[in-house]
Write a protein that binds this ligand. Structure first.
Ligand code: CAA
Length: 380
């Protein structure tokens, strides 16, 4: 593919890069240390129109193309992968399910608030005993009059502590396996809904990850998203798109690792010359650069397909799998280039490493990405 960008896409890159350098970078160290959700940055992203980049203007979004949205996640993640994932989850799996599967009334009610950043969105699929096997989830929903009553719990919900709306998946038919799941739009202040334990994580500090509890949680029947039984397909279809966002986030971490390693290798002298002049270092940098480039091509290829409305589940999984592996490898190698300094908190490469690991896990582990890719290859 030919990786050229339109004038509009280049303007998006410049705008997000400026925002990341001027506003996100000064907040990164404190966000990492104190693990506080960056409410002020999300508010600013809303003002800049970043919280609804690919959302049509008629629903209050910026009405831009999908690639522009991926550019924003890529650029933000070079400075803060936590801010990158907040945007990715909010848009891909927090807002898009309503756009693609909601009634006109649901779209009018929620999307303008999500697209402006007044509301933050989250996606509640994973449960303590249902991670990769999402179709086996146990949170139950049964209808009573004009409400559904939900009981159960969710874990590892990104944006959960800060979100105003949640796309929640629950079982409405206990005998129908993955075809017995339904999706709901849940508002934060719904009776019987509680935000549970906040996870302490090795990285992605600042990005909120919480448990959710539903105890006789009463949701109006009008909040059902799509039809009863369509929940699994809604989850999978939106994860196809979401995984391109995680690929872009991984790409941002990998590219930042490479850039820092190159700069340091040119500066740091040992044995009377910059360490970059040793093949042991320069070949490492060459491998990192090649894998970053390959991740970029895979990620923007999947984004381009998505933008053209072409089915891209396989390409999204390939991009997410390869870019996340590259992020882990590049950040590990960056620490190696920095030597002992890389192992300290004085340089950002140890944070890149801590942030990279979960990219191989969330929105489907890399083992699950193999399953998805293989299913596409073998289905005929
Ligand atoms: N789009 C639409 N429909 C799909 C689909 C897709 N991408 N993938 C599957 N389906 C449909 C299938 O067509 C099938 O329906 P039919 O029988 O009518 O054809 C149905 O769903 C069941 O499909 P499978 O038999 O393939 O389902 P499975 O149970 O074997 O699971 C899986 C497949 C790929 C392993 C899936 O369970 C999966 O992706 N698991 C990973 C879950 C995941 O990614 N969790 C991430 C949590 S969210 C998160 O991390 C967000 C965050 O906070 C950062």
């Amino acid at each position: 593919m030919n990786l050229t960008f339109t004038e509009e896409q280049n303007m998006m890159r410049k705008m997000v890069r400026d925002f990341a350098q001027n506003e996100v970078a000064p907040a990164v160290e404190k966000m990492d240390r104190e693990d506080e959700f960056p409410t002020h940055l999300v508010k600013k992203m809303g003002e800049l129109g970043l919280m609804g980049i690919p959302i049509p203007e008629e629903y209050g979004g910026a009405g831009m193309d999908f690639t522009s949205y991926i550019i924003a996640i890529h650029e933000l993640s070079k400075v803060s992968a936590s801010v990158g994932v907040i945007l990715s989850v909010h848009t891909s799996v927090g807002t898009n399910p309503i756009l693609y599967f909601g009634t006109e009334e649901q779209k009018q009610k929620y999307i303008p608030k999500l697209a402006s950043g007044e509301y933050i969105g989250a996606f509640a699929l994973t449960e303590p005993a249902a991670g990769s096997d999402a179709g086996s989830l146990k949170t139950r929903a049964h209808k009573e009059g004009d409400h559904y009553i939900l009981n159960g719990s969710k874990v590892f919900i990104t944006n959960g502590g800060a979100a105003d709306t949640f796309i929640v998946f629950a079982r409405t038919d206990k005998d129908a396996g993955s075809k017995g799941l339904s999706a709901f739009i849940l508002e934060r202040d719904t009776p019987g809904f509680e935000i549970g334990k906040k996870e302490k994580k090795m990285g992605m500090n600042g990005s909120s990850t919480v448990q959710l509890n539903f105890d006789q949680c009463k949701i109006p029947a009008s909040q059902l998203l799509g039809e009863e039984g369509e929940g699994f397909k809604i989850a999978m279809a939106n994860l196809d798109v979401g995984r391109i966002g995680i690929a872009a986030q991984s790409l941002g971490i990998a590219e930042a690792s490479l850039e820092h390693a190159v700069d340091y290798a040119k500066e740091r002298e040992q044995f009377g010359k910059p360490i970059a002049q040793n093949q042991g270092i320069s070949f490492k940098l060459a491998d990192m650069a090649t894998e970053v480039e390959a991740s970029k091509l895979l990620t923007y290829n999947a984004a381009s397909l998505r933008g053209q409305g072409i089915s891209c589940g396989k390409e999204a999984s390939m991009a997410k799998m390869f870019a996340s592996k590259t992020a882990v490898k590049a950040s590990t190698e960056a620490i190696q280039v920095y030597g002992g300094y890389g192992f300290t908190e004085d340089y950002p490469v140890e944070r890149f490493f801590r942030d990279a690991k979960v990219c191989e896990i969330y929105e489907g582990t890399n083992e699950i990405q193999h399953v998805v890719i293989a299913k596409h290859l073998l289905k005929g």
